[in-house]
Design a protein around this ligand. Structure first.
Ligand code: ADP
Length: 261
């Protein structure tokens, strides 16, 4: 009886969200959260109704990147009220983590459905897009995320140009195929370095790996973003890069990655 009611509630939430996009990466530290935050912000600035759900238990960085460390999630009528950032709705595991050690507890909880709760019990309302910052890798945690969002539009896979990262991204693509989640495309992050003084782009790793790999695997290549010190500076300052450096060339690159689904 309760299970039926839970499912009904989940279904009625999901059907008010037009597009669901999962941001995935084969490993941590490649810029997955940066992409998720800026993808969400780009759509928000374009006038869409956007929700951002951060369930990366290995390091929920969305609160820091958006300056929401002190934000609290309120509860009312059995619902969680998402944090409102000028109209963009945000839920992060970080809002519920007091100590870093608690990540271990959440790791267990992920498997038993905390992600379901974050969708079913959160007052998302009507959304054009829900962007989900998933835990990295291809284990139980991202699996749980993708299964809950079973009718998601697909995954955006973030990688870096090095070879090892490309091996990881192949695993992520296979993972999506196994669970029938469409791959919307691959984004190659940290491809080259933008000099903060002159703005010139210097290749750091052999470039073009992401594109070759995407072609080889038969998935779309969405584009590259260089290493730009302003990206980490913006992330640490709590204002999304796309907002803080809206007029920069790199912001233009981010804008061009916004996926029209
Ligand atoms: P992940 O979610 O994959 O672990 P993050 O998005 O948290 O990775 O990024 C890791 C760190 O690298 C952050 O400090 C972020 O600001 C920085 N970063 C990400 N992408 C870039 C980039 N293109 N240029 C400079 N710094 C970046």
């Amino acid at each position: 009886e309760q299970e039926f009611e839970d499912r009904r509630r989940l279904a009625s939430r999901l059907c008010r969200i037009k597009h669901k996009i999962v941001v995935l990466s084969g490993k941590g530290g490649v810029g997955k959260s940066t992409v998720a935050v800026n993808l969400a912000m780009g759509l928000h600035l374009a006038g869409k109704k956007v929700g951002l759900l951060d369930v990366d238990i290995h390091g929920p960085s969305v609160p820091t990147m958006l300056g929401l460390e002190k934000s609290q999630v309120l509860e009312g009528n059995g619902e969680l009220v998402p944090v409102d950032l000028n109209g963009m709705k945000v839920i992060s595991l970080g809002f519920f983590l007091k100590e870093q050690d608690e990540a271990v507890i959440w790791r267990g909880a992920m498997k038993t459905g905390v992600i379901t709760q974050f969708i079913r019990d959160v007052a998302w309302g009507d959304l054009d897009y829900l962007i989900v910052d998933s835990p990295p890798g291809t284990g139980d945690e991202p699996l749980s995320v993708c299964q809950t969002l079973e009718d998601a539009d697909g995954a955006v896979i973030v990688t870096t140009p090095q070879k090892v990262a490309a091996v990881d991204v192949r695993k992520s693509i296979s993972f999506c195929r196994q669970i029938n989640l469409p791959v919307l495309g691959v984004i190659e992050n940290m491809n080259g370095f933008v000099c903060p003084k002159c703005g010139e782009l210097t290749a750091v790793f052999q470039s073009g790996g992401g594109k070759l790999m995407a072609d080889d695997m038969g998935v779309p290549f969405l584009g590259s973003v260089p290493i730009d010190p302003r990206i980490s500076e913006a992330g640490d300052s709590g204002v999304a890069f796309l907002q803080r450096y809206a007029d920069s060339t790199t912001a233009g690159l981010f804008q061009s990655l916004i996926i029209p689904v």
